[in-house]
Write a protein that binds this ligand. Structure first.
Ligand code: SF4
Length: 364
C-alpha cells in the first residue's frame, strides 16, 4: 500500500537509518562540524551559497581566525570584512553579515536567535539559511531543500516532471517534510546534502556505493540518467527496451509492477531498458534472469513497437520464449505478483502502452 511519496512508513524509516549510518562513516570533516557553534554554521552557510565547498573551507578558516565571534565581526570596519571576503564574490553577503553582527551585538548581546521568524528578520537570512541554522546549529526539525536534495528526491521517487513545475515543487516540499528525521535533524539534513555532493551527483551518480539504492525507484526503473527531468522542451529522449512473452504449455507469464514504480500496478511481460552495447536479445535474456531467475537459452523475435510519451520515445523489442513445463516458480524482483494466463485472458489485464501494442499483435 502506498502511504506516502516514498511508498510506506517502513521505507521512510529505512531511508533515514541508512542515511544516518552512511553519514556517520562518510561525512567530510568540515571545521564547523566540530562544535556546530551557531556563529560558525551561519558563516559557513552564507559562504556556501554559490561557492564550492573546498573554497568555503579555506575562506571559513581564515574568517574565524580574523573574526572568532559575532562581536569581532561587529567591531571590524566594513573594509576589513570585504577584504576577508575578497574572491568569494556576491559581496552583499559580506555586508549583510556585518549588518547582522552589528544588530546582534547592539540588541541581543551577540547571540544568534534560535527562532525561525527572528532569524528571517535578519539581513541576508532567507528561509533556507534560517532552516539551515536552526537544524544544523540548534538541531531543530526544519527540513532543508537545496539542489542536492531536489536531485536525490527526484531520483528516489522517480519524478517524471521538471523540478520547476509548481506541482513538483509542492511534491518536493511534502517529501522533505515526510522524510525529515525529527529526532536527528542536524545529521539527517547534512547527510542528505552530503549524499548529493559525494554519491548522488548530477552526472554519473555512484549508485553502486549508495546506501539508498534499494529504496531508489529511479535506480530500480533504470531511469537515473533522466532524473531530474530537464526543463528544456523539444527533442524527445530515446529509450530502447526489450521484453519477452514467456510461454509454458498454453499459458503466458505476466507480472504486476510494484505499486510505487512508474506505471505502478500495471501488468507487463518481463523486460526493461537495454544497457549500453547490449543487443535487444541480450537485454531481454538478462531482464528475464534478473526479474524472474529463469535462464532461457533462445528467444524468437515477435515485433518492435514504438510509443511516444510527453518527453520520451520508447522503442520496445518484443520476443517469444518457451519455458519447460517443469520450470521452477519465478523469483520476482521487479513485480508484486505474477499470473499464468491464456491468450484470450490477456485483454483483461491493464498493460502500459508498449506492452499493450505487443498484446494486440499477439492476439491478432
Ligand atoms: S541509487 Fe543512485 S540515483 Fe538513487 S539515490 Fe542512490 S545514487 Fe542517487
Amino acid at each position: 500500500m502506498i502511504e506516502n511519496e516514498f511508498g510506506s512508513t517502513d521505507t521512510v524509516n529505512e531511508i533515514r537509518d541508512r542515511l544516518l549510518t552512511w553519514f556517520a562513516k562518510h561525512q567530510r570533516p568540515f571545521p564547523w562540524r566540530t562544535t556546530y557553534r551557531p556563529y560558525h554554521v551561519w558563516i559557513a552557510e552564507v559562504m556556501a551559497q554559490q561557492t564550492q565547498m573546498e573554497r568555503v573551507v579555506l575562506y571559513f578558516q581564515r574568517w574565524v581566525e580574523q573574526f572568532p565571534d559575532v562581536e569581532a565581526v561587529a567591531s571590524a570596519p566594513e573594509q576589513k570584512i570585504l577584504k576577508a571576503w575578497e574572491g568569494l564574490g556576491y559581496y552583499t553577503r559580506a555586508r549583510n553579515i556585518h549588518r547582522t553582527a552589528l544588530y546582534l551585538v547592539s540588541s541581543r548581546g551577540g547571540e544568534i536567535p534560535s527562532d525561525y521568524q527572528q532569524l528571517l528578520a535578519l539581513p541576508g537570512i532567507g528561509p533556507y539559511t534560517a532552516a539551515a541554522i536552526l537544524s544544523i546549529a540548534f538541531n531543530q526539525p526544519y527540513p532543508l531543500i537545496d539542489a542536492n536534495v531536489e536531485r536525490i528526491f527526484s531520483r528516489l521517487a522517480d519524478i517524471d516532471s521538471p523540478l520547476k513545475n509548481a506541482a513538483t515543487r509542492k511534491q518536493l516540499t511534502t517529501m522533505a517534510g515526510t522524510l525529515l528525521d525529527r529526532e536527528h535533524p542536524r545529521d539527517f539534513n547534512q547527510a542528505l546534502m552530503e549524499l548529493g555532493a559525494l554519491v548522488c551527483t548530477p552526472k554519473k551518480p555512484v549508485c553502486a556505493d549508495c546506501p539508498l539504492r534499494m529504496q531508489c525507484r529511479a535506480h530500480r526503473a533504470d531511469t537515473v540518467e533522466f532524473r531530474p527531468l530537464p526543463t528544456a522542451r523539444g527533442k524527445k529522449i530515446d529509450i530502447v527496451m526489450a521484453c519477452c512473452i514467456l510461454h509454458k504449455d498454453d499459458r503466458i507469464f505476466i507480472q504486476q509492477r510494484l505499486p510505487d514504480d512508474i506505471w505502478g500496478s500495471l501488468w507487463e511481460f518481463p523486460g526493461g531498458r537495454l544497457k549500453e552495447g547490449e543487443s535487444p536479445v541480450e537485454g531481454a535474456l538478462r531482464e528475464i534472469r534478473e526479474e524472474t531467475g529463469w535462464q532461457i537459452k533462445q528467444l524468437n523475435f515477435l515485433a518492435t513497437v514504438t510509443h511516444f510519451y510527453t518527453r520520451y520515445r520508447v522503442t520496445l523489442h518484443g520476443f517469444h520464449g518457451i519455458l519447460h513445463p517443469s520450470c521452477p516458480k519465478p523469483v520476482l524482483t521487479a513485480a508484486s505478483q505474477y499470473a499464468w494466463v491464456t491468450l484470450s485472458q490477456l485483454s483483461q489485464y491493464p498493460f502500459p502502452a508498449g506492452h499493450r501494442q505487443l498484446v494486440d499483435i499477439l492476439c491478432a
